[in-house]
Write a protein that binds this ligand. Structure first.
Ligand code: AP5
Length: 216
C-alpha cells in the first residue's frame, strides 16, 4: 500500500504512521525524521535545512523534493509518506515522479484537528534522541519521568516544539500546506478525512477501518 498522511504539525502523523506501517507492512518515509537524521550526521543537506527547521519555516522545495523522491525510489514495497508533500509544488512534482515510474498513491489520509488542540500536543511532546521514540508529558507518558522506555536515556524537547516556534509552524501550515488537500481534491485522488481530536487508539481504529476497505 502507498499512502500519504496529511495534517497540521502535531496532528499525530508520526504516531499514526507507526501503527499503519506495522499493520500494512509498509515503510515509514518521514521528511522531518530524514531531515533530523541529516542534521545529526552534519551533512550538507542537514546544514541547509537547519535554520528553516529551527524557525518553523519550510525547507526549500528543491531540497525536499529530491530527498523524498530519492527515498521513495529506494523502496521496493509500500510506504507511507509523512510530512511530504507540504506545498502544492511538492505535490505536483511527486505526481510527476510517480507517473514516470508507473506508480500511484492508493489514498491520502488527512488528519483534521484545530490549532487549539495541537499546541499542547507539541509543547508537551518529548522524544528520544537515540531511538526516535515519541512520548507526551500527559497523553503518552514514559514509564519513568523523562526517560526513554527502551533504556536509551534522557528524553528531549525538539527545538521546534518551543511555544514561539510552534506558533510559526501553525501559521506556515495554514499559509502554505493546508492547500495541499485542495490540490489532491482537484486531481480526484482518494482522500480519507479523519477526526484527529480523539484519543490515539480511536484515531488509529478510524484510520484502519477505512484503510482495510481499500485493502479488501
Ligand atoms: P516534521 O517532523 O514533519 O514535523 P510536523 O509535520 O510539524 O509534524 P510533527 O512531527 O511535529 O507532528 P506529528 O503530526 O507527527 O505528531 P506526533 O505524532 O509526533 O517537520 C519538521 C520540520 O522539518 C518542518 O517544520 C520543516 O521545517 C521541515 N520539513 C519537513 N518536511 C518538509 C517538507 N515536505 N517541506 C519543507 N520542509 C519540511 O504527535 C505530537 C504529540 O502529540 C506527541 O507527543 C504524541 O504523543 C501526541 N499525540 C499524538 N496523537 C495524539 C492524540 N490522538 N491524542 C493526544 N496526544 C496525541
Amino acid at each position: 500500500m502507498r499512502l500519504i498522511l496529511l495534517g497540521p504539525p502535531g496532528a499525530g502523523k508520526g504516531t499514526q504512521c507507526k501503527r499503519i506501517i506495522e499493520r500494512y507492512k509498509a515503510a515509514h518515509l518521514s521528511s522531518g525524521d530524514i531531515l533530523r537524521a541529516e542534521r545529526k550526521a552534519g551533512s550538507d543537506l542537514g546544514q541547509k535545512a537547519q535554520s528553516f527547521m529551527d524557525s518553523g519555516g519550510l525547507v526549500p522545495d528543491d531540497v525536499i523534493i529530491g530527498m523524498m523522491i530519492g527515498a521513495m525510489t529506494r523502496q521496493a514495497g509500500g510506504y507511507v509518506l509523512d510530512g511530504f508533500p507540504r506545498t502544492t509544488v511538492q505535490g505536483q512534482e511527486l505526481d510527476k515522479a510517480l507517473a514516470s515510474a508507473g506508480e500511484k498513491i492508493d489514498a491520502i489520509v488527512n488528519l483534521q484537528i484545530d490549532d487549539a488542540v495541537i499546541e499542547p500536543r507539541m509543547t508537551g511532546r518529548r522524544s528520544c534522541p537515540v531511538c526516535g521514540a515519541v512520548y507526551h508529558i500527559e497523553n503518552l507518558k514514559p514509564k519513568v519521568d523523562g526517560q526513554c522506555d527502551k533504556g536509551c536515556g534522557e528524553l528531549v524537547q525538539r527545538p521546534d516544539d518551543k511555544p514561539e516556534v510552534v506558533e510559526n509552524r501553525l501559521k506556515i501550515y495554514h499559509e502554505q500546506t493546508a492547500e495541499v488537500v485542495g490540490y489532491y481534491e482537484s486531481t480526484g485522488a482518494t482522500i480519507i478525512n479523519i477526526n484527529a481530536d480523539q484519543d490515539i487508539d480511536k484515531v488509529s481504529a478510524d484510520v484502519i477501518e477505512q484503510l482495510d476497505k481499500l485493502d479488501a
